[in-house]
Write a protein of this length. Structure first.
Length: 207
């Protein structure tokens, strides 16, 4: 179903939950705002969102090496206490997040707000060119739809979790926050792939 943006915004303001969680709640409840609030609370997402204002300054930098040393990931995941940071559950979460990045070469950033406006505009222009010749209203719908798909591929939190595609990475963090009773946040990551950009470097060196 097509969701009203104002309804999503209102649900976010009521619960403090993330945009993707709000969209899912409204989709699951047929667009009923009050039922969506209950749905979020039942899932524990609204409760986890209440921790958003806390400071997550502890945590761990995890690593994962894949494909016989051809892909490597470093990722920083934060929590509130050193006790949580050293727990098996938290360290397992960090490892799973590193594996997620390793498995997803399209990952560019943690959240959509980190994508430069120029990148989004470039994507919009590409999608608009691909839909050239169609009515303006249709082009807008196509472009908006493809931009949302782009976010789900490029932004770590919006990706389908590789070990359970029925949930997003953001859902995974929400569940972890409830389980550990702390704010859990991915701060940054870097993904290395053997031989990546070597051709570009060689061209620069020759020039």
């Amino acid at each position: 179903m097509e969701l009203n943006a104002n309804l999503v915004k209102e649900l976010r303001e009521k619960t403090g939950a993330g945009i993707m969680d709000c969209k899912r709640a409204l989709a699951e409840t047929g667009g009923n705002l009050e039922k969506a609030v209950v749905w979020l609370r039942e899932k524990g997402i609204a409760a986890a969102a209440g921790r958003a204002g806390r400071v997550a300054s502890e945590g761990s930098v995890g690593s994962y090496i894949h494909a016989g040393g051809k892909i490597g990931v470093l990722i920083e995941v934060n929590c509130e206490t050193d006790f949580c940071a050293k727990s098996e559950a938290f360290l397992a979460l960090v490892k799973n997040l590193a594996m997620q990045v390793a498995a997803s070469p399209s990952t560019r950033c943690v959240r959509r707000e980190e994508l430069p406006a120029a990148v989004i505009e470039q994507e919009r222009q590409i999608y608009a060119s691909q839909a050239e010749g169609k009515p303006a209203v249709v082009v807008t719908k196509i472009v908006d739809g493809k931009i949302e798909k782009f976010y789900k591929e490029a932004c770590l939190l919006e990706q389908a979790y590789v070990r359970d595609p029925n949930k997003t990475v953001n859902d995974l963090l929400g569940e972890a926050a409830i389980q550990m009773r702390e704010k859990i946040d991915v701060r940054r990551f870097v993904r290395y792939q053997l031989g990546e950009a070597l051709d570009a470097e060689a061209t620069t060196a020759v020039a």
